[in-house]
Design a protein around this ligand. Sequence first.
Ligand code: SAM
Ligand code: SF4
Length: 333
Amino acid sequence: MTPLIDPFARPISYLRVSVTDRCDFRCTYCMAEHMQFLPKKDLLTLEELDRLCSTFIHLGVTKLRITGGEPLVRRDIMTFFRTIARHLDSGALSELTLTTNGSQLARFADELAACGIRRVNVSLDTLDQEKFAEITRWGRLPQVMQGIEAAKRAGLRVKINTVALKGFNEDELFSLLEWCAREDHDLTFIEVMPMGEMGEELRLDQYWPLKDLRARLAERFTLTDLAERSGGPARYVRIEETGQKVGFITPLTHNFCESCNRVRVTCTGELFMCLGQEDMADLRAPLRASSDDAALEQAIRAAIARKPKGHDFDYSRQKVAGQMSRHMSHTGG
Ligand code: SAM
Ligand code: SF4
């Protein structure tokens, strides 16, 4: 089997799959309050998702991240996790993981751990209950905290993902850091991205460049750059005073494209070769056309052959250039 290699000689080993566009939160930077969700018939069934992921694994994907929308609100999603975990047992997959808002972790953490999941990313932008309700609109902080505790008890390593928002969580930089140190959670900051059709001013207003955040950290701590690379947009530093590792995801910069090892599939089976480009391939049609995987494999290979060199996001001229019309909940962050 020839592995998936794109035209720029990048092996594709990491697949992120959105299993639903629905969510029990309405984070202001991610969704409109009244979202129109997709009709059920457009979504890949759990069986189709399994076939699709298994085909990518067959083609050399070794790391699979399940996301959404909120993956844990998809009905019967644990059946999917239990089934796809066979690729962990066989050794074909080296990691199966998920990104979640944490609201359902109290229910599912034990089962996820039993499937062989070792780490979860939990998105959390503030430790203040009122601010949490404001930014997520529908979320409640205590529920998420209980979820995070359940994950920890189940033996899952927790990484907190925090979207850096000017005027919102700037004042919590050090309290978030201290909380993560105390709880032994990894912490990664994400730069806010121009997604969906939110008001342009709002996002520019909230844009807190991670280089500024980093400079703020450096006023108090000694930061050492780590060579560690994930093949994605994350860069890591160690905080010498606490020993913590902190990540920075700056998707608006181009400096990670050359090592990009990932592609994304939406819950309707659209394969996006680059988070910042509109080009995609429909995998649902070949999935549904035949129970044989040959056409699906062919469609995947043809798409990877078109994976672009990089993306076009640019905030530099105080306008949102290269803005994407799709929501993060659609492509799955
Ligand atoms: N619901 C899950 C969650 O919140 O973790 C998984 C899906 S969510 C779309 C994945 C990640 O995308 C979250 O960490 C979220 O904070 C981030 N995200 C959503 N919209 C974003 C935006 N406009 N800019 C940067 N990150 C965003
Ligand atoms: Fe839901 Fe995650 Fe988007 Fe928030 S960021 S609305 S939790 S999908």
